[in-house]
Design a protein around this ligand. Sequence first.
Ligand SMILES: [Zn+2]
Length: 160
Amino acid sequence: MIKTHRQSLALSCPQGHWFTADVLVTLNAGVDADLLYALNADGSQPITCPACALSWSISEPIGVFLSATDAWALLVPHALLHRAVELRAAALQQLRTLPPAHINADIFDMPVRSLEAIRELVQRTSAPEAMRAVSEAPSAAGIARAFADLDSVPPPSNRK
Ligand SMILES: [Zn+2]
């Protein structure tokens, strides 16, 4: 079983307080799906300063293990996508140093993916059928929106 791995990083908050925080380096999406969903929509990791409680985010690539398909993807936050190729090379160098419990050989094939793409892959491959049906069921608002145009459609010419 591939384990999620965090690394302690020295960070300073926008107010200048220094502290160390555990930042995700790899994530097993099958075991720790909650961590995948705790990320910000742009793929960055939320951080809160222990001194002043200010919240902001840190953009770091994360190797995501998609256990359902036994494949890896490198999650690159939006802010870093323009450096994706360079970051992938650096991430592979770093991941090579992790103990075997955190990686496997397939990690070296991992393509760069956005958080949206990874969440979609996780949902498609690991969600039970029942959950998928619920998540794909249209909401009442969605139904109302889909039919909103019908109110303004003129009746066919052979009707009054
Ligand atoms: Zn602070």
